[in-house]
Design a protein around this ligand. Structure first.
Ligand SMILES: [Zn+2]
Ligand SMILES: [Zn+2]
Length: 231
């Protein structure tokens, strides 16, 4: 169990560490460190100034922040490879459709059994006979409730495990960084619209594929990363 911190915006939450520049700036470039349970990050300038020896950084340059704030400020400081063009949204949907189809054909078709663990943030695939399996890291994008016709981003969903909710703040930061604010505001009223929103978000989040898990009227959209063979 990691230490906690009282945050003015997020209440009592796990503690993370970053340099003071990341806490206040944007687009500075991010070097990651720490652990999954207690993430840490510094800006590119701090990293080159200390030649990678984090222990030598002056403690007054390091700040403790809550894990939600941490992923938000990481998102704002991560370098963006290319500016988005005006029609990026349809290109993103096409690209993600393509990645989903490729993965469906190559992997999912032969591994019909799946399950996942939100706390561990892992998604598993298995053959019908259960001989071999694959695992891939997951993140939760959001969920759509078909009866209520309502969409919720992972970062606004209090019922999710803290780790899942916190890292989705990275996506929120990324969306703000590329100024795709319409995405945050959009409220899909049908499943097809929800799919499109999830695909765009998955693309911004560098997903290998986006997967929909139905739970009755609730549909959960997952961002899946690269797969690893499991024994
Ligand atoms: Zn710094
Ligand atoms: Zn916070």
């Amino acid at each position: 169990m990691s230490d906690t911190i009282a945050c003015a915006s997020h209440g009592q939450a796990s503690v993370s560490f970053c340099c003071v520049h990341l806490a206040e700036g944007s687009g500075l470039g991010v070097i990651h460190g720490g652990t999954d349970a207690e993430p840490a990050a510094i800006c590119e300038r701090c990293d080159s100034a200390c030649s990678g020896d984090w222990a030598s950084i002056n403690t007054s340059d390091i700040k403790a922040v809550c894990v939600f704030c941490f992923w938000e400020l990481v998102g704002k400081n991560e370098r963006q490879p290319a500016p988005l063009t005006v029609d990026w949204e349809s290109a993103a949907v096409d690209e993600m459709h393509h990645r989903n189809l490729e993965r469906q054909t190559r992997l999912f078709a032969d591994y019909p059994k799946y399950w996942y663990d939100l706390d561990q943030k892992q998604f598993y695939l298995q053959t019908g006979s259960g001989v071999s399996k694959w695992s891939m890291p997951l993140e939760l994008i959001g969920s759509f409730h078909e009866e209520k016709k309502s969409w919720a981003w992972a970062w606004e969903n209090d019922s999710l495990p803290q780790g899942v909710r916190a890292s989705s703040n990275w996506l929120k930061g990324q969306i703000e960084l590329v100024r795709a604010h319409s995405l945050i505001q959009s409220r899909p009223t049908g499943l097809a619209e929800a799919w499109h929103l999830a695909l765009k978000a998955g693309w911004l989040w560098g997903a290998s594929s986006v997967y929909r898990v139905p739970h009755g009227p609730l549909h959960i959209f997952l961002r899946l990363g690269e797969e690893t063979a499991e024994q």
